[in-house]
Design a protein. Structure first.
Length: 131
């Protein structure tokens, strides 16, 4: 994906050109089918996914708590908190296309993410601890 297109994705929009170039080299396109589990609750964190197209359900303790779709992201909380995955992510659309950013690359950009992304990450952490 080109740096120009990355800037249009909410998760990456606030990064400077240098970080966008770094991220564009580190991203991997991932494809999944309906019913696939993208990540399992309690698994070790290895990166973050940004949804390009499709829809997933977020399950905590086998209970669906929310759904995510285009331009949403998941997997960041375990990276930020240095904990196992807090939820299982299951594909509910026919197809799911994501951009995957490794744990190492995420560590390099996390402090430069925009305030709206940081607030969304914080809100998710708060909601998970309340449950």
């Amino acid at each position: 994906m080109t740096p120009t297109l990355l800037k249009q994705i909410h998760f990456f929009a606030h990064l400077d050109d240098e970080k966008i170039d770094l991220v564009s080299k580190e991203l991997a396109s991932k494809k999944f089918k309906k019913g696939d589990v993208v990540m399992h609750q309690d698994a070790e964190a290895n990166g973050v996914h940004v949804i390009i197209s499709g829809k997933v359900e977020v399950e905590i303790n086998n209970k669906v708590v929310t759904s995510l779709e285009d331009n949403d992201f998941f997997g960041e909380m375990a990276l930020v908190a240095h904990t196992p995955r807090s939820a299982t992510i299951r594909v509910v659309s026919d197809d799911l296309s994501t951009l995957f950013l490794s744990k190492e690359a995420f560590e390099e950009i996390k402090d430069e993410l925009g305030e709206d992304v940081k607030q969304e990450m914080l809100q998710r952490i708060i909601e998970n601890y309340e449950e």
